[in-house]
Write a protein that binds this ligand. Structure first.
Ligand code: CA
Length: 238
């Protein structure tokens, strides 16, 4: 089955060109020019991947990322004219999977899309195929009332409710949860997501940690579950 991509871009010239490249690779393409249209399209015809601009006429593309993440873990790639690290981090923090700047070579864009789709599809099957994770507790780890199922890519909060994480968030969480109580270095966390974020910045880890804290901590501003070991890394409390 061919993957179906939702292209969110208000510049008809750019969307026409992107549509041409995507279709020539065999992808199905829907185009939305506003955040509102994009959200309608996500409901009507759930895409396998969203490729979105940030400068959109009705709302900022960051709002689209936030709203989509509220309901789905569909891969999102940003293609924006904004080039600063802050803008890139803002998009990643909200749950974008990759960030490209406009003017990117079409070949590279298509490669990033292919890789992101492949990782999304291998997320569950791939980890199951690898067999039990190499943690003390086999497939499952528990910390602070949380249960992380490595093979299933799922995690339950202390009430036993499933909590949704993006793939990159889950990989960071899994790296921490494999050895509760043990400090995991920032380098090791970067390694854990390196395949998922093509040029991982050191500060990317901070954005993932803050996203995890918002989902895990009773009070994200005063973390008691994911602790910072200054200058070393992070650990989860047993
Ligand atoms: Ca635009």
């Amino acid at each position: 089955m061919t993957a179906h991509i939702l292209l969110v871009e208000d510049d008809a010239l750019i969307s026409g060109l992107l549509e041409f490249h995507l279709k020539s690779e065999g992808y199905g393409v829907d185009i939305a020019a506003t955040v509102e249209d994009a959200l309608t399209a996500v409901e009507a015809h759930p895409p396998d991947l969203i490729l979105t601009d940030l400068g959109l006429p009705d709302e900022d593309g960051l709002a689209l990322i936030r709203k989509v993440r509220g309901r789905s873990n569909v891969p999102i790639i940003v293609l924006s004219a904004r080039t600063t690290t802050e803008q890139r981090l803002a998009a990643l923090e909200l749950g974008a999977d990759d960030y490209l700047t406009k003017g990117v070579d079409p070949g590279e864009l298509l490669l990033r899309i292919r890789n992101t789709l492949a990782r999304a599809q291998s997320g569950v099957a791939g980890s199951a195929a690898r067999g039990p994770a190499q943690s003390s507790g086999g497939d499952v780890s528990r910390f602070s009332g949380w249960t992380v199922n490595f093979a299933g890519y799922t995690a339950q909060n202390p009430k036993g409710e499933d909590v949704e994480f993006t793939r990159s968030e889950f990989l960071v969480l899994a790296a921490l949860a494999r050895h509760p109580g043990r400090v995991v270095s920032r380098d090791a966390l970067l390694d854990a997501i390196s395949g998922f974020d093509d040029a991982p910045l050191d500060r990317t880890i901070d954005t993932y940690i803050s996203r995890l804290r918002r989902k895990i901590e009773p009070d994200p501003k005063n973390p008691t579950v994911i602790l910072t070991m200054k200058g070393v890394g992070y650990r989860v409390v047993e």
